[in-house]
Design a protein around this ligand. Structure first.
Ligand SMILES: Nc1ncnc2c1ncn2[C@@H]1O[C@H](COP(=O)(O)OP(=O)(O)OP(=O)(O)O)[C@@H](O)[C@H]1O
Length: 250
């Protein structure tokens, strides 16, 4: 069953066609990777799915409706969460406060209210559960800026989970992580997926991608050039050529 359909998406920046009629769909319960050389259009597509950018053409179908034009907050509330290429945890807040902040507009009237209102015990309990799920329980009192990058990425995921997403978009989750952190993150993503969360991630790390994803879609210069199971996609001649041409094999 399709949970998200990307249909004929076109995005231009001036004369540059960043996405040229890209179509593919994400099945419920899968871990789907979106890969491609630098400048292929991956982040642009993420930003379109999340409502940060509006495409020039095409539709994003979620829960039976076209969400193009919806604001990012509305899309997040509908069930599509995300993390960013450059980690965006609140460095001056503790790990627990970061997850509490993730409950966001569902709990607080505005961001200031987060600091002014005493937090309901139930939300603290729920936030501790999310930290626990992301192997962060022992760090709940630690300021986010003091955590190593691998844990900051997990924290960003824990915060995104606060909105109870059906689909989680992860932008280069393994970027900057060492081998051990990368493996832990891969295991965590698989565990979240087993709990029922559909995952779409963008990644340059081929090893991580092949190990983690069930299905891979490949973009090159804004065009979908291949899709399939990891073992087949990495052998696809068009894919190898695209990466060799760019000089950046993951
Ligand atoms: N706001 C913008 N204004 C102009 N051009 C842009 C903008 N955002 C992206 N582009 C261009 O669109 C193309 C696709 O960029 P995008 O960041 O989506 O690629 P990517 O596949 O995510 O690359 P990377 O792997 O390097 O992050 C690139 O040529 C980029 O320079």
């Amino acid at each position: 069953m399709k949970v998200l359909e990307i249909k004929n998406i076109v995005k231009r920046f001036g004369g540059l066609v960043a996405l040229n009629a890209v179509s593919f769909s994400i099945k419920k319960g899968e871990i789907h990777a979106l890969i491609g050389p630098n400048g292929a259009g991956k982040t642009t597509l993420f930003n379109i799915i999340n409502g940060f950018l509006k495409p020039d053409n095409g539709e994003i179908i979620y829960k039976g409706r076209n969400i193009v034009g919806f604001r990012p907050n509305r899309i997040a509330k509908l069930g599509i969460g995300r993390t960013f290429q450059i980690v965006r945890v609140f460095g001056h807040l503790t790990a627990l406060e970061n997850v509490l902040a993730g409950f966001g507009i569902n709990v607080y009237d505005n961001f200031r209210a987060f600091f002014e209102k005493p937090v309901n015990e139930n939300y603290i309990k729920k936030a501790r559960e999310l930290l626990d799920m992301c192997d962060l329980s022992e760090y709940y009192k630690v300021k986010a800026s003091l955590l190593p990058l691998g844990l900051q990425r997990k924290l960003e995921i824990a915060r995104a989970l606060a909105l109870n997403p059906e689909i989680l978009l992860l932008d280069e989750p393994a970027s900057g992580l060492n081998d051990l952190e990368t493996e832990e993150l891969s295991n965590m993503i698989k565990m979240l997926n087993k709990k029922g969360i559909t995952i779409l991630f963008v990644e340059h790390n081929t090893h991580f991608t092949v190990k983690t994803a069930h299905w891979i879609t490949v973009l090159d210069y804004g065009v979908k050039i291949a899709e399939g199971i990891p073992e087949e996609v990495v052998k696809d001649e068009r894919v190898i050529e695209a990466y060799l041409g760019s000089g950046s094999i993951g």
